[in-house]
Design a protein around this ligand. Sequence first.
Ligand SMILES: [Zn+2]
Ligand SMILES: [Zn+2]
Length: 334
Amino acid sequence: MAPDLLTLTPQGLFCPAGGFHIDPWRPVARALVTHGHSDHARPGHAAYLTTPQALPVIRHRLGPITAESLPYGQPLAIGPVTVSFHPAGHVPGSAQVRVEHRGEVWVVSGDYKTEADGLAEPFAPVPCHAFITECTFGLPVFRWRPQPMVIADVAAWWAANARAGKTSLLAAYSFGKAQRLLAALPPLGPILTHGAVEEINQILRAQGYPLPATTRVTPEITAKTHPGALVLAPPSALATPWARRFEPAEEAMASGWMAVRGIRRRRGLGTGFALSDHADWDGLLTAVKATGAPRIRATHGYTVPFARHLCDLGLQADTLQTEFTGDDTPGDGA
Ligand SMILES: [Zn+2]
Ligand SMILES: [Zn+2]
């Protein structure tokens, strides 16, 4: 039997035939990077390869790096191996990586979701022999409602708060989730942004992603200057002195983890909107089937139950121990 096209080294996922890593967590010579979240785009690699859409955020986050970009769908030869990027639907610019060698094709999903969100390039299944899939939400309890329904809930919450003379403080990851909300929400009032969100907004706007006007929160901005505003901030900014200027305010968080009542309660959030940039249970199964791959390697989340379920379906599935956080840490945009 031929050796695996992709293997695990202490640095991360490695292609021995091509001599490159994919989303490595320790410094390597050549890194293919699926997207700009911090558990995938790490500092210290000698050379980076990513999509042109993902590169500006990665440069913003990592500072000066040696990087090249490769457009979606365009093949590139790296030694005897051919690689290409394909939309993952996770955040703007995010990619799956297709790796081909001597007729054998492996695909690394990176983080992905199957529902089109109106901003990120929609997920495109890629036929392959082996699919390395994330499974952050790989349990049957995770089933997302369609985005328009969740957005309608957020809009109703915002409108009700504004009617009650309150600010709406919405926590969302600063890259991906925040912009997805911005692009989808109706214009019900002023939208204020934490600096971490606004920096990403400006980068994506400059790239041509359609985002509505937003105002960065500066010291003179308070609930009085912008009554009825929606404030988009990273989760870490809630319950801080920074947030106090918006009182009286209602707080909420948009995250896939909000589907679990216990997590919502532990975070002390009365309101949670279950909106995730990762595939839910059905999305994962749909994506796996769409690849036609007989071999699946599960990483990044509920790997053991998900792989077991795939084995029950007759697939050759196992788990792959990676160092992607796959939880609700700020970097990952769950
Ligand atoms: Zn991730
Ligand atoms: Zn991610």
